[in-house]
Design a protein around this ligand. Structure first.
Ligand SMILES: [Fe+2]
Ligand SMILES: [Fe+2]
Ligand SMILES: [Fe+2]
Length: 326
């Protein structure tokens, strides 16, 4: 059914509102799990910002809606989804927490960039401005988390004795393998629903790259004599981390898909940042070099996806038969 740009705008506002509600739940719990005072401080600082974001987005939703009661429905439904997802995705170490949060901030960044595109198309300058300023704060938070990768590794390995750090490296490699397996699934699905040739090409190319990344990680696991059963366990553990819920629903449009994949690439970035550090500590130069190489590939894939946000949004609007607002 054809939709107006204004209806699209309300949907995107509802999506980012849901994302902020989920972020708030996470920010309130994160400081206790951080395992490091500076990391805890970074999370605490972002609570106030996240509260501001929620309020600003709610304000724009109310400004858009003819009936405020309908806004309440949208908001309540979104909150429920967030709770379930958070329960499913609880990280178990400071390192996992930081990786998850780093990816989440990039998901928010993507969502606000997409919101800004729709708002400008709908000539809603106020929403476009709100989206731009919140996006900058999400980017800054992601930067603070990136500056904390060393601390996250320290906190995760604090109670591990020297010999055991090598055993831990096996776990980090297994995690990387599990993430690549999930990446393969995501990229295959992405190809199918990309709906736009340039975006599909980004997925195709990174799919090839991901196959060789997974093979390279597998080779390192084999070289270290890690048992496959252990790899499988980790795959299952990370499989519970439901990225599909990040946008409040499955990414059903090319634009959301691009934003979602962008966030996933940053989960990989965070995983390899940590793998690289742990490998260096154990003197496994080969694994450290591999992590560094893949890190560059994940960053490049993320940048290629971000470059598709605008065309993907155009395709998404066209696909849904959006007509100029009225
Ligand atoms: Fe945030
Ligand atoms: Fe990858
Ligand atoms: Fe990737």
């Amino acid at each position: 059914m054809p939709e107006t740009l204004q209806e699209q705008l309300v949907k995107h506002l509802a999506d980012v509102h849901s994302i902020e509600e989920q972020a708030l739940l996470q920010m309130r719990i994160a400081p206790r799990m951080a395992g490091d005072p500076e990391l805890a401080g970074a999370f605490r600082e972002h609570i106030t910002e996240t509260e501001d974001h929620e309020r600003l987005v709610r304000g724009r939703l109310e400004a858009q809606a003819a009936e405020p009661s309908k806004v309440k429905d949208v908001v309540a439904r979104a909150g429920g989804v967030g709770m379930v997802l958070f329960a499913r995705s609880q990280p178990d170490t400071p390192g996992k927490l930081v990786a998850h949060a780093y990816s989440y901030e990039h998901m928010e960044l993507a969502a606000y960039e997409l919101l800004g595109i729709v708002a400008r198309r709908a000539d809603d300058a106020q929403t476009a401005e709100v989206a731009g300023s919140i996006r900058e704060q999400e980017a800054a938070m992601a930067g603070r988390l990136a500056a904390g990768f060393d601390r996250a590794v320290d906190a995760s390995l604090r109670d591990v004795t020297t010999g055991d750090v090598s055993k831990q490296l096996g776990r980090y490699l297994s995690d990387a393998h599990a993430i690549e397996s999930q990446a393969l699934q995501l990229l295959q699905q992405g190809q199918a629903i990309a709906g736009e040739p340039d975006l599909r090409k980004v997925f195709e190319e990174h799919l090839e790259e991901t196959r060789s990344q997974r093979a390279a990680v597998e080779a390192r696991l084999a070289a270290r004599d890690e048992r496959p059963s252990r790899v499988k366990d980790v795959v299952l553990r990370i499989g519970g981390f439901n990225l599909g819920g990040f946008f409040g629903a499955q990414p059903d449009t090319p634009a959301k898909l691009a934003g979602f994949a962008f966030a996933f690439e940053h989960l990989e970035v965070a995983a390899y940042e940590q793998l690289m550090r742990v490998a260096r500590r154990t003197g496994d130069d080969e694994t450290a070099r591999l992590a560094e190489r893949i890190l560059g590939e994940e960053r490049a894939a993320a940048a290629a996806l971000r470059a598709q946000f605008e065309p993907a949004m155009e395709a998404a609007l066209a696909q849904q038969g959006v007509t100029p607002s009225g």
